[in-house]
Design a protein around this ligand. Structure first.
Ligand code: SF4
Ligand code: SF4
Length: 394
């Protein structure tokens, strides 16, 4: 077995045997990929069992790398896993399937095993310094979304706008900027913003992810930034989990999720939504907020502050909440599987009799919108909905 594989198997050995010996497979019922495919090779159990086989020398990463595409990184399995639920508190053990999947993907790339969609996507991202989410994406156009808003560059607090929103959904960051301006909250923009690197890390292109992170941190330092506002849940994970891992204790930037900030501004009376928005809605919990970070109350606080809305909440939060299928690079490599998961999620919204599904994640919005069309359910971003009620829609 090549050395990197040996080291990897040693690193993950205990976690892999822990899962392998349990055998209850509770995670399968909450895994969105399992829910729509029932393919046992794509279950969290299999992801661990493969490592056991690797450790015993009976398979190599190239044998199984393609199976590890089938994960959205939603984190439901980790919460559902009894090894986290029952023994976790006592032994400080937590099943870390998301990290394991990322680890195998990264090992595969280091061993020269690539998935065609991910390889192409990361090459284009490296060329442009941005995700290739739309045609004409380039460094020169990274601040196009802010045209006419008269925002400054730099300062103690800056707003980081993810590639998906900057190029594909510019009205989302425009809404955020106008709402923050209305509240008198001061912020600037980055000088030269590159992709956060999170998607590259999720697809296994770790060197590229680190390069992007180093660039962005250097840009923040040069502009005297102390605080970064983030509107995309994926960026939030990258900045709060990957960046501290890359930079250790020297990473002293405060990372603030915009939805949490907006909920606080509403609580303080600095934002008063007053224009009625006559819609019947439910809320789609982005996996990276709800399941990965435990943030599900603040978005609901924002929704409940908007007059005119009829809000039908889902019956499930934490490990039971529904995934859009858009995370973890799945939409890049297997868009048809993402579409199936989005259709399943939209079916749950339809059961509530709503006309609108509210999201707080630009990545989830695209496949959910496609799934909503078949059921005449619109998909609206939470920040935009708030801006509408505040009378500052872009
Ligand atoms: S619930 Fe946990 S221990 Fe059980 S199969 Fe899934 S990951 Fe393994
Ligand atoms: S993180 Fe989500 S998609 Fe990945 S294995 Fe776990 S439940 Fe399935």
């Amino acid at each position: 077995m090549p050395d990197p594989e040996k080291r990897f198997a040693e690193e993950w050995r205990d976690a892999a045997y822990n899962c392998f010996s349990s055998g209850h497979k509770f995670c399968r019922e909450v895994c969105p990929v399992m829910q729509v495919t029932r393919n046992e090779s794509w279950s969290p159990t299999a992801f661990h069992a493969n490592v056991v086989a690797m450790e015993q020398g009976s398979l190599e990463v190239s044998d199984v790398a393609a199976d590890y595409v089938n994960c959205t990184g939603c984190g439901a399995c980790e919460l559902r896993c009894p090894n986290s639920l029952f023994t976790g508190d006592f032994y400080r053990f937590r099943t870390r399937t998301v990290d394991l999947v990322k680890g195998v993907r990264s090992l595969a790339v280091r061993q020269g095993v690539h998935q065609p969609g991910w390889q192409r996507w990361n090459e284009l991202t490296a060329e442009r310094t941005h995700e290739p989410v739309a045609d004409g994406v380039s460094q020169e156009r990274v601040r196009d979304w802010a045209q006419g808003l008269d925002l400054t560059v730099g300062g103690e607090t800056i707003l980081f706008v993810d590639c998906e929103a900057a190029f594909y959904r510019p009205s989302v960051p425009r809404s955020v900027a106008r709402v923050l301006e209305l509240a008198g909250y001061k912020f600037g923009l980055m000088n030269e913003q590159w992709c956060c690197g999170g998607p590259a890390a999720e697809m296994g292109y770790e060197d590229q992810a680190r390069r992007f992170a180093e660039h962005n941190l250097a840009d923040w330092r040069a502009a005297g930034v102390r605080r970064v506002l983030v509107l995309d849940p994926h960026d939030y994970i990258t900045f709060t989990e990957d960046y501290p891992k890359y930079f250790g204790e020297s990473f002293d930037i405060e990372v603030v999720l915009v939805v949490e900030l907006l909920a606080a501004l509403i609580r303080e009376g600095r934002l008063v939504p007053h224009l009625p928005v006559e819609r019947t809605v439910t809320y789609h919990d982005p996996c990276r907020l709800n399941k990965r970070k435990g943030i599900w109350q603040e978005p609901r606080e924002v929704l409940r502050a908007i007059p005119g809305l009829t809000f039908h909440d889902v019956d499930r939060v934490s490990q039971w909440s529904y995934c859009s299928g858009a995370g973890g690079g799945l939409a890049v490599e297997k868009p048809e599987l993402t579409a199936k998961i989005s259709e399943m999620r939209m079916g749950k919204a339809a059961e509530l009799g709503v006309d609108t599904l509210v999201t707080a994640c630009p990545w989830a919005e695209r496949p959910l919108t496609a799934a909503g069309e078949a059921r005449s359910i619109g998909v609206v971003d939470l920040h935009e909905l708030l801006a509408e009620s505040l009378g500052v829609a872009p």
